[in-house]
Design a protein around this ligand. Structure first.
Ligand code: XUL
Ligand code: CO
Length: 433
């Protein structure tokens, strides 16, 4: 035991009436919602990077946190792991997620970095065995080090492509060894700063080749998890190729990978792309590529990807509504890609940030389940499209322009507008949240 979280108890469900700050009010892991426990619906994961690697810096100032594990030695990386697993236990979080760079010291070269990663992976394996914590996904950080400044797979220099491919291989090996349920690719530098120096055609082909190699390697090593791409339109690059769900799906189709790769959808990224979270989830559901989610919110005033813990139940309810409509998670889950604010210095802040977010998600899930079980929203949607179930409606999709013109004339078709009833539906949603 470290003493970082000393005095902080394990967070347990006490119900909405409790006065205890260190308790769940709504997240009751074993409570059954639509035939499944909340724990199995939500599949919460803690993101290693935000809680343990991030130092509290912003564009105007450096580290604000003072953590005993900050530094680049292996024993500090192990102390960080000790604290991380203590937090997973305090939160009863069943999963975690990590990048290579979050967990191991950077080595002097590729071989040393890989040795460091392997040492930590073995250390994790022991802790996972002891605690029962599981890995939701692993990933490679191909954006922080200066070697990746002009991209990883999309770099103009093939040596960076090689370094990136080799790094992804080691991270897939690590994920496989730890029984990870997914492997994520987020391309923060896969894009451009200026079109003036960018060959879009080449870069897209390079990116497709890398993704194909990832899929091939999955089969080669027998990895049974899901390969996930995480869309984001910009930040850090001015433009990123994996702009949003629709863009990524077109890319997958173009290269024949649409049945191999699913999506990890993050709320903040959806908002940056000018969409809502539920839009991106609904899109992925329609394409059959909804994999997992990164749960956070942006600051609505600043417009940045501020990665804040969710605290808006109606928003979260609409997200889980789409997830439930898609049949719920299989290998995916709810990863808190969220961090406490840089002024939130205390160990308690880390715990309460997550615990509050878990409660918000639990409320959202329960509201979404009530919406599904009640069925009024879907009934209203079905009624709106009912004309398409008639023989006439069906014939519209098999006919041609001339035949349709003849029908319009013969039947003197003269469509009358009908209300979209948006306010009534918004009022309906407010009954559940
Ligand atoms: C960045 C982001 C990443 C990915 C994993 O905005 O969301 O943390 O989730 O690389
Ligand atoms: Co993310």
């Amino acid at each position: 035991m470290t003493d970082f979280f000393k005095g902080i108890p394990q967070i347990k469900y006490e119900g909405a009436g409790t006065d205890n700050e260190f308790a769940f009010r709504h997240y009751n892991p074993d409570e059954i919602v639509m035939g499944k426990s909340m724990k199995d619906h939500l599949r919460f994961a803690v993101a290693y990077w935000h809680s343990f690697a991030w130092e509290g810096g912003d564009p105007f100032g450096g580290r604000t946190f003072d953590r005993p594990w900050f530094g680049s030695e292996m024993d500090l990386a192990k102390l960080k792991a000790d604290v991380a697993f203590e937090m997973f236990d305090i939160l009863q979080a069943p999963f975690f997620c990590f990048h290579d760079a979050d967990v191991r010291p950077e080595g002097a070269n590729f071989a040393e970095s890989t040795r460091n990663l392997e040492e930590i992976v073995d250390y994790f394996a022991g802790k996972m065995e002891q605690t029962g914590t599981k890995l939701l996904w692993g990933t490679a950080n191909l954006f922080s080090h200066r070697r990746f400044m002009s991209g990883a797979s999309t770099n103009p220099d093939p040596e960076v492509f090689a370094y990136s491919a080799a790094t992804i291989k080691t991270c897939m090996d690590a994920t496989m060894k730890l029984g990870g349920e997914n492997y994520v690719l987020w391309g923060g530098r896969e894009g451009y700063e200026t079109l003036l120096n960018t060959d879009l055609g080449r870069e897209r082909q390079q990116m497709a080749r890398m993704l194909q190699m990832v899929v091939d390697y999955k089969y080669k090593i027998g990895f049974e998890g899901t390969i996930l791409v995480e869309p984001k339109p910009q930040e850090p690059s001015k433009h990123q190729y994996d702009y949003d769900v629709n863009t990524v799906y077109s890319f997958l189709k173009e290269y024949g990978l649409e049945n191999e790769v699913k999506m990890n959808i993050e709320q903040g990224h959806a908002i940056l792309a000018g969409h809502s979270f539920e839009h991106e989830l609904a899109m992925a559901r329609e394409f059959g590529i909804l994999g997992s989610i990164d749960m956070n919110r942006n600051d609505y005033q600043s417009g940045w990807d501020t990665d804040q813990f969710p605290n808006n139940v109606p928003e979260v309810a609409l997200a889980y509504y789409e997830i439930l409509r898609a049949g719920g998670f299989t290998t995916g889950g709810t990863n808190f890609d969220s961090k406490v604010r840089r002024q939130s210095l205390d160990a308690e802040d880390l715990i309460l940030g997550h615990a509050g977010a878990m409660d918000v998600c639990a409320r959202g899930l329960k509201a979404a389940a009530a919406m599904i079980e009640d069925g009024k929203l879907e009934a209203a949607r079905d009624a709106r499209y009912a004309g398409w179930d008639s023989d006439f409606g069906k014939s519209m999709l098999t006919s041609d322009l001339a035949a349709i013109e003849a029908q319009v004339r013969a039947k003197d078709i003269n469509p009358q507008p009908r209300s979209g009833r948006q306010e009534r539906l918004e009022n309906l949603i407010n009954r559940y949240v």
